[in-house]
Write a protein that binds this ligand. Structure first.
Ligand code: DI6
Ligand code: FE
Length: 411
């Protein structure tokens, strides 16, 4: 009770006796502070740094939490998910185990279109109920912000249903949800093979209606032989621009259609996957400030062998985010910790790159770097507190969750 009245009076919460990985861009590496403290007021960080530098006024009236020497990082951010979907595609997994490729399954009428059927048959509350356990798995590992795409509805009504279900997730759990409209994900059966006509529908009718209702924070597309061409994606991006929405792109996942350059040309927040991206793509992304979102779960699950050009991204200064790509077809993955392990093991990302990839760079990939992703004054008090001896353990372990506590907007 005494604690509560204090917090009401001063409104300050203080986490002290902590080892911080602030992930601040201005600091080297992880921005480690060995004897650190974080103070928050009204859900925002007002101080993050050495305990010895904590202003006395903040310490005085604070409700204080002793972290007992634990590590504190920014809350984790999953910047690329298709969390809202219905059913699963374990049957296709078995087909692929028997030798079929992802593209063969898609061409045989499986793939994304089978998830479209399931999603259209599900009600909005069904979708929320089916997706909450996936969100809860991310939250249980310290996620405080999760991006959620539509893209299994593929008509106005079902895309709206998906995005509303995504927004509802954020009302039912203490987590920030960012929604992305992915209308140009696949060709629905009723389009009867006419990709251009479907792109017209997406660009001229569905996207403007979704934007007018404020259901999407960004627009995404799948630029690939089995999906849409760069020219078709450009029409969707023009419509996004007209609606005032930022764009991102599933680019160069299965082949090099120069999706990275297309994304860069439109000033995309991120281009994602990028296994087949070449040097021109990396250079264009660096110049545009487009984040490379690395998705090792999909690479692993479809047993891809071409790795994204991490060396080129480093060489040209492209920022790298790391995300689950949670989806029923190519990445049924709901663990950011395991995703970091995969990024390190499969692609050779360093521990520092992995941790930045699920915090600061993931925030950048969502256009949220001003609000979250690092432990710095002015940002949302989104924290993860870990029972670990060193940050490398977050990347090193597989299938183990050392989260001690998670704080979202100071609570
Ligand atoms: N790339 C992917 O890996 C997912 N979507 C995309 O554009 C796959 C989605 C699915 O197979 O359901
Ligand atoms: Fe994806």
């Amino acid at each position: 009770m005494a604690e509560e009245s204090k917090s009401r009076a001063g409104g300050i919460r203080l986490w002290r006796n902590a080892r911080l990985a602030t992930m601040a861009e201005s600091s080297a590496g992880l921005g480690v502070v060995e004897h650190g403290a974080v103070a928050a007021r009204d859900g925002r960080i007002v101080y993050a740094g050495p305990e010895s530098g904590l202003p006395a006024a903040l310490a005085q009236d604070a409700e204080t939490i002793d972290c007992e020497g634990r590590w504190v990082t920014p809350g984790l951010i999953d910047c690329h998910t298709h969390l809202i979907h219905a059913g699963n595609r374990a049957n296709e997994f078995e087909m692929r185990l028997a030798g079929a490729t992802y593209e063969e399954v898609a061409r045989a009428g499986g793939g994304i279109v089978s998830s479209v059927k399931s999603l259209r048959a599900a009600s909005q509350s069904d979708l929320v109920a089916q997706s909450l356990p996936r969100l809860d798995a991310l939250i249980a590992e310290g996620a405080t912000t999760v991006e959620v795409k539509s893209g299994y509805g593929l008509d106005l009504e079902n895309e709206k249903k998906s995005l509303r279900a995504a927004r509802q997730l954020g009302e039912q759990r203490p987590v920030t949800i960012r929604t992305t409209f992915l209308g140009a994900h696949a060709l629905p059966p009723e389009a009867k093979g006419d990709k251009d006509a479907f792109i017209d529908l997406v660009a001229k009718e569905i996207l403007p209606a979704i934007a007018a209702e404020g259901l999407a924070d960004a627009v995404d597309g799948f630029c690939e032989g089995i999906a849409f061409s760069p020219g078709q994606m450009a029409r969707v991006f023009d419509a996004a621009k007209a609606a005032g929405l930022p764009v991102k792109l599933h680019a160069d996942q299965l082949s090099n259609l120069h999706g990275a350059e297309l994304a860069a040309r439109y000033g995309a927040l991120s281009a994602d996957h990028l296994e087949y991206t070449d040097e021109a793509g990396a250079v264009a992304m660096a110049e545009a400030g487009t984040v490379a979102t690395i998705l090792p779960g999909a690479y692993y699950f479809i047993r891809e062998t071409k790795k994204p050009p991490i060396g080129l991204f480093r060489q040209h200064g492209v920022k790298m985010a790391v995300a689950t790509d949670n989806n029923p077809g190519t990445s049924p993955l709901t663990s950011l910790l395991l995703t970091m392990n995969m990024a390190a093991t499969l692609f050779g990302l360093t521990v520092d790159e992995c941790l930045a990839g699920v915090t600061r760079e993931a925030a950048r990939a969502l256009g949220l770097l001003g609000q979250t992703g690092t432990l710095e004054a002015g940002k949302s008090a989104d924290l993860a507190i870990w029972d670990i001896e060193s940050p490398a353990e977050l990347v090193y372990r597989m299938g183990f969750n050392p989260l001690h506590a998670r704080i979202w907007r100071g609570q």
